[in-house]
Design a protein around this ligand. Structure first.
Ligand code: ZN
Ligand code: ZN
Length: 372
């Protein structure tokens, strides 16, 4: 093995690989394409497991959102999938931060590293988003992603996976990282403060887990499906509210002795969610929007202004939040595996996507794994 060239006999890399690529809407094709080569500050990752995200389902429906260099939203050679983990098998020039054989999980975004936002650690909002020549990558969005045998990653997007963490669990780190980033923008100091999480999807459920691990008290989860709320309690929610049975705002007021909470993480995307969140927080409270409704919605701005309520939007998993989420998971502060419900082989990705979309058999996180 030579660390200068990054070649490794232990991990022979073929010239071509299997990869799923976009066709038209709701169309994916399994093709044979060249294995990409890592450039400076990059490594080649052999993909071992990939989680399916709701955003993948959106891309399949509408195409890739950020158009790059005039590409069509359904670029026929483009590979999606952004929540993956694997093994480093080849190093780009001058890379010594990782070695072949290292198990890693990935963040989605490698910012350009030269714009104001990247310099602040807000690389998911890079001002050169989609500009590959300037070094930006968002695998699965603007550059090839993980529904393939191999993917290239910037070293800044890699997080070491401990030996005792399974491949499937490691794919969940970026989801927990997104929840962590949401808590970051709210100020991070949540110990002893009340946090409401609205919407028990994967980000909401792991939002409950991360908030509890950081000492939030109480943590309240609202949703409409009892099975998801039950999972929220197992991940650390002190209280859950079934919004089908009880008005969620009234319930939060009741559970907090009328005071409301300091923080809300909105993960439901429900049309009235921001207005409800503004009624759940107390004066000076903070709301992080991690989901959004497709239509435009009326907002009670006067209530927000009069009560000095702060509203933040987040995109993805900035400020190395994924590293901090991994630190909590490595210390077993919560069991992210609870949200992983189904596994399919990579060749069977369409079945996995169907399970995720139709929530067959109460699917939450569906993971596809490499066959070798
Ligand atoms: Zn995702
Ligand atoms: Zn940038």
């Amino acid at each position: 093995m030579s660390s200068t060239t990054g070649l490794s006999n232990e991990f022979p890399v073929p010239e071509r690989m299997k990869a799923w690529v976009l066709g038209g809407p709701e169309e994916l094709h399994l093709v044979d394409k060249p294995v990409p080569a890592p450039g400076p500050a990059e490594v080649l990752v052999r993909v071992d497991a990939v989680a399916i995200c709701a955003t993948d389902l959106e891309i399949l429906k509408h195409g890739v959102p950020a158009l790059v260099d005039g590409e069509l939203p359904f670029n026929k050679n483009f590979t999606i999938g952004h929540e993956y983990m694997g093994t480093v098998v080849r190093l780009g020039p001058a890379v010594d931060e990782f070695q072949p054989g290292d198990r890693v999980t990935v963040e989605v975004h490698a910012g350009c590293g030269r714009c104001e936002r990247c310099r602040e650690g807000m690389y998911t909002s890079c001002l050169n988003y989609g500009n590959r020549a300037k070094g930006h990558r968002a695998n699965g969005f603007t550059t090839d992603g993980g529904f393939a045998e191999y993917a290239v990653n910037n070293i800044n997007t890699l997080v070491h996976v401990p030996d005792d963490m399974s491949d499937a669990e490691a794919t969940l780190v970026v989801t927990a990282g997104t929840s962590m980033y949401g808590l970051d923008v709210l100020g991070g100091l949540v110990a002893g403060d009340g946090v409401v999480v609205t919407g028990p999807g994967p980000i909401g459920l792991l939002g409950v887990a991360v908030a509890k691990a950081l000492g939030a008290d109480p943590v309240i989860l609202t949703g409409t499906r009892e099975s998801r709320l039950e999972l929220g309690r197992r991940l650390g929610a002190d209280h859950t509210v079934n919004a089908r049975e009880e008005d969620a705002v009234a319930a939060v007021r009741r559970l907090t002795g009328g005071r409301g909470v300091r923080f809300v993480i909105e993960c439901s995307g429900a049309p009235n969610a921001l207005n409800e969140a503004a009624q759940m927080v107390n004066r000076g409270g903070r709301i992080c929007l991690a989901a959004f409704p497709e239509e435009r919605v009326p907002v009670d701005v006067a209530h927000i202004v009069r009560n000095n309520i702060y509203v933040y939007g987040i995109r993805g998993e900035g400020k190395s939040a994924t590293h901090r989420a991994m630190a909590l998971m490595k210390q077993k502060r919560f069991d992210a595996k609870l949200v992983h419900t189904h596994t399919f082989p990579l060749d069977d990705l369409p079945t996995g996507l169907r399970y995720a979309r139709e929530r067959i058999d109460n699917a939450i996180k569906v993971v596809v794994t490499a066959q070798r």
